[in-house]
Design a protein around this ligand. Sequence first.
Ligand code: TYM
Length: 318
Amino acid sequence: MVQDRKILLSGIQPSGRSHIGNYFGAMRQFVEMQNNHDCLFMIVDYHALNSTRDATVMRQNIIDLATDYLAIGLDPKKSVIFKQSDVPEHTELAWIFDTITTMPFLERAHAFKDAEAKNKEISVGLFNYPMLMAADILLYDTDVVPVGADQKQHVEITRDTAEKFNRIFGDTFKLPETKILSNVAVVPGIDGRKMSKSYGNTIPLFAEDAEIEKLVMSIVTDSSAGVPKNVHEIHKLFRSEADLATLYQSKAGKYKELKELLFADIKAFIKPLREKRKEIAGDVHAVLDVLKRGGEKAKAKASAKMEQVRERLGVKLY
Ligand code: TYM
């Protein structure tokens, strides 16, 4: 790897089909940035364990996400592509962070507050989620974390945790920066809320045409001045604002036609990605091999860092 390149790390939960919110919020940046950064891209299976408790589903979701990564253009020759559970140092470091973090600090996390507001059962794993994410990031001396806006607070918690550790035990961790694409910080779903697997409002990134059509036609249309807001917000991902201004003016109030145009644009965009994905999915062994090799590379880096951490803590005696 080239010396003074910045280290970039990001991750996605293997918790269902990747969608255009994941892609435009985060994944697209991954592809662009792998040419001038030392990149690590994770499948955060231990994070997903908070919601997936079926081994068959977990296994399939991991393979699917690895396939998605390759299909969008992540290149194992340029980047380390791996799954979190192959590097146990992540959970080890998360425990260490747990011991220097207070409950009230984690109670301020949005994900925890949301779950609490909805009266959901909150596992200790969900509560500690930001500590595992901090470990993911800090283990690799990460400089930059490209994510959607919903992850901003997690990266702030990561920075606070690094600072606290450094204060107590001495300078060990680098403080990472978040990279959020401002124009697509939050991609809305077909109901206008944030596009999210858990809301069931997504347009899957590799969907077949009929599925895309059905989803686009069911986008909820609350309008202002004849412009269906949610249709327009999603359309912005596929066409320039200038193009859209003319289009939406000439078709003011014609929701069905605008949806048909959006469908055509999404369909054209997804087709080559979907075809590439099908090709890659045909060879599961090759996909697993990428993950296995990536895990070995990540493990080498993480275990060197943990040696340093254990030294700082005073538990490394030989
Ligand atoms: P996850 O799996 O929920 O989402 C993966 C990535 O997609 C982005 N994203 C969106 N961006 C814009 N609009 C949307 N509607 C939208 N939905 C999802 C997310 O911001 C994210 O970048 N905690 C993380 C995974 C994680 C991680 C990490 C990320 C674990 N460790 C270390 C970076 C670094 C998560 O649950 O993302």
